[in-house]
Design a protein around this ligand. Structure first.
Ligand SMILES: NC(=O)C1=CN([C@@H]2O[C@H](COP(=O)(O)OP(=O)(O)OC[C@H]3O[C@@H](n4cnc5c(N)ncnc54)[C@H](O)[C@@H]3O)[C@@H](O)[C@H]2O)C=CC1
Ligand SMILES: O=C(O)C(=O)Cc1ccc(O)cc1
Length: 366
């Protein structure tokens, strides 16, 4: 039977979910958003089948409701749903990056007809808004589901049944566990990335040339500092207790590192760096998570017309698909380099061999 799915908040995440779910002819997708231009864009581009400006009316005729607004707005929508009388069975879920606050609000929502199951697709982008939505955004990514009680097995399976279109990998986690782990691997790194950018900015006041020295390492570690500030403030706020504990742990870790530096403990520093390298190298092999696993290849390029096109053409001829291209530095008449990212080790190695055989110098990022 055709399922009616209401997605409230048609931005990057809601739009991507809607676009993915709309691929099934068994789904009728209704979009709701406070921003009418976003809603109209979604309707005109086939991301949703129907645009609604009446949240409650649309909710009452839906089988599934997915709340994909900012966290504070999602809490407000859950509170609004508490006032609605549902005459048919409905499964409600959300996409918020922090689960504790949502599940606490939603715990009193469950009734004979209503089941709330928290959700968090663990992939995203530094962009926001429906224009950046992609049906494949969550492919191979972890999709966390957090039930509000232990008796929701059938409803979890039903929710997975509509979300299966995203091609993500479902895991069930309790909200506290989720917020602790995403705190460590997703939320806290954002705080550090932003603080590193602030440190560089301060140094620029006395060292004007500094930005020109900001090489690949600084760009890699601070990439996420370019994400949506309102989204991240909302995440930090709703996970503030765990963030504060992590920040204290980090301060202690930094004190330890300062000791190694101040006392010139070379061996201990090598051990410290080695342990981090081993763990990080292992992570790169895991499947797509919050940090996508890419296999990078650096290629030297000359600053001359067509230099990039000829590299891309060589790979295209061999049907090797490139996931990302970044030009790291090309100054006039000087060799610069380009970072190509692939989704498999095989593509990375094959590209290196192909390009080397055609006279390019390459370096594989291990
Ligand atoms: N951006 C990311 O990388 C990820 C974000 N998330 C979560 O997904 C949710 C949405 O984030 P994004 O899509 O990135 O944000 P976004 O800013 O791209 O989209 C949010 C949309 O919600 C709409 N909206 C705001 N208040 C509303 C309300 N009361 N009712 C209906 N619509 C409303 C906005 O107009 C906008 O279209 C957040 O809770 C976030 O924590 C989850 C995974 C990744
Ligand atoms: O871009 C990145 O590295 C991310 O960390 C994406 C992301 C952002 C927010 C989430 O709740 C989940 C994933």
């Amino acid at each position: 039977m055709r399922k009616t799915i209401l997605v409230a908040g048609i931005g990057l995440i809601g739009g991507s979910l809607a676009k993915g779910m709309a691929q099934s002819s068994d789904h009728h997708i209704i979009g709701y958003d406070l921003n009418e231009a976003s809603l109209e864009f979604a309707r005109l581009n086939g991301i949703i089948h129907e645009a609604s400006t009446n949240f409650i009316e649309a909710a009452q005729r839906s089988d599934f409701i997915i709340l994909a607004a900012p966290i504070s707005e999602t809490i407000a929508l859950v509170n609004l749903l508490k006032t609605v009388s549902f005459k048919r069975k409905v499964i409600i879920s959300d996409t918020a990056s922090v689960k504790g606050a949502i599940l606490k609000t939603a715990s009193s929502l469950n009734s004979e007809n209503v089941t709330f199951i928290g959700g968090h697709p663990m992939a995203g982008s530094h962009k926001r808004g429906v224009q950046a939505a992609k049906a494949h955004l969550f492919e191979n990514a972890i999709y966390v589901l957090s039930p509000t009680n232990g008796n929701q097995h059938n409803e979890i399976e039903a929710l997975k049944g509509v979300l299966i279109q995203t091609k993500s990998k479902f895991v069930v986690l309790m909200p506290n566990e989720h917020d602790e782990m995403t705190g460590v691997v997703s939320h806290f790194p954002h705080l550090i990335a932003s603080s590193l950018v602030h440190q560089a900015k301060k140094w620029e006041n006395t060292h004007a040339f500094l930005p020109k020295l900001a090489a690949g390492g600084f760009r890699d570690i601070t990439r996420i500092a370019s994400s949506n500030p309102e989204l991240w403030q909302d995440i930090f706020y709703h996970n503030r207790d765990k963030m504060s504990v992590l920040l204290q742990e980090w301060i202690e870790e930094m004190k330890g590192l300062k000791q190694l530096l101040d006392h010139d403990q070379k061996e201990e520093m090598i051990t410290y760096l080695n342990k981090a390298k081993l763990y990080r190298d292992g992570l790169a092999e895991s499947k797509k998570g919050a940090i996508p696993a890419f296999y990078d290849l650096y290629v030297d390029i000359r600053d001359q017309p067509g230099a990039i096109a000829s590299i891309v053409q060589l790979l295209a001829q061999e049907k090797i698909s490139i996931k990302n291209i970044e030009i790291l530095e090309v100054r006039e008449d000087i060799t610069g380099h380009m970072r190509l990212s692939f989704s498999s080790k095989k593509a990375q190695v094959a590209s290196s061999t192909l390009l080397e055989n055609n006279g390019y110098e390459t370096m594989i990022q291990q």
